[in-house]
Design a protein around this ligand. Sequence first.
Ligand SMILES: Nc1ncnc2c1ncn2[C@@H]1O[C@H](COP(=O)(O)OP(=O)(O)OP(=O)(O)O)[C@@H](O)[C@H]1O
Length: 365
Amino acid sequence: MNIAVLLSGGVDSSVVVHLLCEQGHRPSLFYIKIGKDDADYMDCSAEEDLEMASAVARRYGLSLEVVDLHREYWDNVATYAIDKVRRGLTPNPDVMCNKLIKFGCFERYAGKDFDFTATGHYAATILQNGKVWLGTALDPVKDQTDFLAQIDYLQVSKLMFPLGGLMKQEVRDIALKAKLPSARRRDSQGICFLGKINYNDFVRRFLGEKEGRIIELETGKILGTHRGYWFHTIGQRKGLGLGGGPWFVVRKDTDENVIYVSRGYETEQQYGYEFSMQDFHFITENPWEGVEGEIPVTFKIRHTPDFIGGKLLQDGDGYRIVSEEKLQGIAPGQFGVVYDEASRLCIGSGEIKYSIPLNPQYPLS
Ligand SMILES: Nc1ncnc2c1ncn2[C@@H]1O[C@H](COP(=O)(O)OP(=O)(O)OP(=O)(O)O)[C@@H](O)[C@H]1O
């Protein structure tokens, strides 16, 4: 079997190489290089990553190719992120990086020549009814299926996730025992290349700064100023610079450059039970084809270990989720990721369009 491994130089993908070699494979290794734009907001860990990847390749006597996807990344993922932020939405660059870069451009460049592409993502592939499905990882804290929820059938059917059945601690133990050069490296944030840069600096470079008002939603009282709605996201608590909190961002008016906040953990303004999704994407296929009415599912609206129970409803051309529990900070632009009731299969995802607040007072932006 002909296998390509996406090797980042981190502990996870290094263990993937180790495990595949132990099983008798001789995978080809690929390091994806995304250079910094021409600005100075990327740290030097990228160089260290490549050194680590080279050390792993040497250790196992495998070939390592550096694939430069710099242009593709900035043209696709960075442009997508800026476009969303400009429109007051909360982008998810990790989701787009997996879909377009790690498994999109890479597949066209090199992956196409291999039977499988293996990565250190915490996820699984599951064969069911003759089709390959994206499955959740054994380790709920590390599960990364939410970042993979926009990949397509060609991608999922060619992917291998050798770490899906392991807990993170087991992976570390394997790395230590095998004396892998990367064994003691700290965990990356689980975020894509954009995670290596200062996000505010990145946004500032493209959208600049523009002072606007921070207003208390319930009273209309002006509490302070901010430097542009694009630096803030729905559900955000930190970085508002207001005393007497906690304060949460609950609305954004992009036309007026106003941020609405609400005070206290229990404030109803920051919660909702429902949201709609647009452009819903099924990874393998729609398992509920022809099913009428409410479908019991679990779902996530952000990268957390918890799967939330709810119902999926067809809503015109799109889909809507009605949650069993109150949801904090439903951020339009993020993905609603849908799983089967047992949270075993990741079915697909759609971009959150708007939330239906419990007590709407202002039109949503
Ligand atoms: N620069 C890169 N080049 C090649 N593959 C990469 C690169 N960055 C990430 N990957 C692949 O995507 C997987 C998930 O990446 P993520 O950024 O979430 O890191 P991670 O889970 O901490 O994994 P690792 O410890 O291997 O860095 C990695 O395990 C690796 O297979």
